[in-house]
Ligand binder design. Structure first.
Ligand SMILES: [Zn+2]
Length: 104
């Protein structure tokens, strides 16, 4: 469970990590693709997009569905259909947020 929480952080401001990954996956549509396919990046601050590089950040947008929940294998997580399915279930079907475990 905490593994998924940690993985979630790797879907934000992850430009450097994504670009040094061999494989990326989208937690929204659960597709797996090489980082070269990612052509769009979201900035955390909707300001000057030309300054994105100097901010050192950027959040990868999925080339398949446009979602911003992309994670690369450089994060230390193995990008597999099973992993993406678990992430999707945890974050988009809210099994983590909506169902706290007692005494854990
Ligand atoms: Zn996607």
């Amino acid at each position: 469970m905490s593994e998924l929480l940690a993985a979630r952080h790797h879907t934000w401001n992850n430009k450097a990590e994504i670009e040094s990954s061999n494989l990326c996956g989208c937690c929204t549509c659960q597709q797996i693709f090489p980082p070269e396919e990612i052509v769009a990046w979201a900035s955390g601050d909707v300001g000057n997009l030309e300054d994105l590089e100097s901010l050192g950040g950027g959040t990868a947008l999925c080339p398949r569905c446009g979602g911003d929940a992309v994670i690369g294998d450089k994060s230390g997580f193995s990008i597999s259909p099973n992993f993406l399915a678990r992430m999707n279930e945890a974050w988009f079907q809210k099994t983590i947020i909506g169902r706290p475990k007692p005494n854990n």
